[in-house]
Design a protein around this ligand. Structure first.
Ligand code: PMT
Length: 411
């Protein structure tokens, strides 16, 4: 294997659980090996009912361990050795059972014992595969939330026909996506170490009365992915978030707001101490001129006219008062004339970078897990990134920002 392979020199511990998707672990194992990784496999005994250990022995050229008392080297304790010598740990497929054990600290077989011995500094990725009802069970959801809060990366399941013939979420994510997630986590570096980032995410809600508001379709996924990626690259992150259903990424300072004016206030408080500001929020451009104190009554015979006032432009306000050396990036949510509109916003808001996305695409922009963005720079250069997960998009955006900061020798 040449040292130019992206994962050369990296040791991956691959945990495989008892799911019909276990056969896909062979592909994952092979792909990681081709990228240069040295893969060690631990299987649960139920996983061996679906696919044999010799498959993985052949793919990895290492013994495949299943039993807690499998000790290939008499002077080493296998579960501690495996857990502590790995650069990354991936569990794929992960059943509801292993997720529950990991969340609650149960160690009753080799894989669960290994997982408990993984140092918190080692990236741990979990790719669930299970029936939709099991996936959506409050216990599984709570366990996954616990893991996310501890910094475990859950690779979202795919949608489709499951082994039980149900249709829904619960399919193991694409092998490509899983391998890419490992690659991204292993290739990330400390390029934001010591830097403070302010990131805005989600929608704002502009109230009309105590029960109604003007809002938009932003889920917060793009901004949260940026925050998570930045933390993994060593940054301290303040995430100013409008209302979303997302759990904040681990180690991120979250400031929750509702309206654009509240978002502006939180950002103006945080911005002066930050090196980089990224505006991924979908801020409502208008708010009601007056908010009714009681619920507006329905009247079927007359129309209702609401006067709207323009909201402050948060990212432009930050840019106008930027601290020396601060790098400020915005997003442009467009449906037409994307390049022209993005370039105009870049200039009028005084930004160092604008990231446009075509929000009319079903697989990009609002409330989906993927995005296809183009980066536009003040000197007229632009770079289109492929359709990929929002996490991978976030990593690519951060790499470009890191390169721009380094080029201009910003502090
Ligand atoms: O949250 P998701 O579901 O993951 O969706 C992601 C996204 C589509 C919201 C995200 O990728 C995105 O495009 N965010 C910007 C949405 C937006 O408001 O775009 P805009 O073109 O209207 O605004 C341009 C820039 O100005 C943005 O950085 C925006 O945050 C900022 N802005 C806009 C209006 C305003 N009053 N204040 C602002 O700061």
């Amino acid at each position: 294997m040449t040292t130019s392979a992206p994962l050369a020199g990296k040791r991956v511990l691959l945990g495989i659980c008892g799911s019909i998707a276990a056969y896909k672990a062979a592909d994952i194992c092979s792909r990681l090996g081709k990228l240069g990784a040295d893969v060690f496999v631990v299987m649960t005994s139920s996983a061996t009912e679906f696919v044999g250990a010799p498959t993985f022995r052949a793919l990895t050229r290492h013994p495949v361990l299943v039993d807690l008392f499998d000790e290939p080297l008499s002077d080493r304790i296998a579960h501690i050795d495996l857990a502590q010598s790995s650069d990354i740990v991936l569990v794929a497929p992960a059943t509801a059972n292993i997720i529950a054990k990991l969340a609650t600290g149960i160690a009753d077989d080799l894989l669960s014992t290994c997982l408990l011995a993984v140092p918190t500094s080692t990236p741990l990725l979990v790719a669930p595969a299970m029936n939709t009802v099991m996936l959506e069970h409050p216990a599984t959801r709570a366990n996954m939330t616990t893991l996310t809060e501890r910094g475990v990366e859950i690779i979202t399941t795919g949608y489709g026909v499951l082994a039980c013939q149900d249709i829904g979420y619960g399919k193991l994510a694409d092998v490509d996506e899983i391998v890419n997630a490992v690659r991204i986590r292993l290739s990330t570096h400390d390029d934001f170490k010591g830097r403070r980032l302010l990131i805005t995410a989600g929608p704002t809600r502009e109230p009309l009365d105590p029960v109604r508001y003007i809002g938009n379709r932003s889920s917060g996924k793009m901004g949260y992915a940026l925050a998570e990626a930045a933390v993994h690259r060593g940054a301290s992150v303040i995430l100013v978030s409008g209302p979303t259903a997302l759990e904040p990424p681990a180690f991120v300072k979250i400031v929750r707001v509702e309206t654009a004016e509240q978002m502006l206030e939180a950002c103006m408080h945080a911005a002066p101490t930050c090196d980089v500001v990224i505006g991924a929020a979908a801020v409502a451009d208008y708010r009601a001129a007056s908010v009714a104190s009681k619920k507006l009554k329905r009247n079927s015979t007359t129309s209702l006219t609401v006067e709207l006032l323009p909201n402050p432009d948060i990212i432009a306000t930050i840019a106008a008062r930027r601290a020396v050396g601060q790098f400020i990036a915005g997003f442009a949510a467009e449906t037409d004339d994307i390049d022209v509109n993005a370039a105009r916003k870049l200039q009028s808001k005084g930004l160092d970078l604008i990231v446009s996305n075509d929000v009319s695409r079903p697989d990009a922009g609002f409330d989906v897990d993927t995005n296809a963005v183009t980066l536009h720079w003040p000197d007229g250069r632009s770079e289109a990134l492929p359709l990929q997960s929002k996490r991978a998009t976030a990593e690519a955006i951060l790499s470009c920002i890191a390169a721009a900061i380094a080029k201009h020798n910003l502090p």
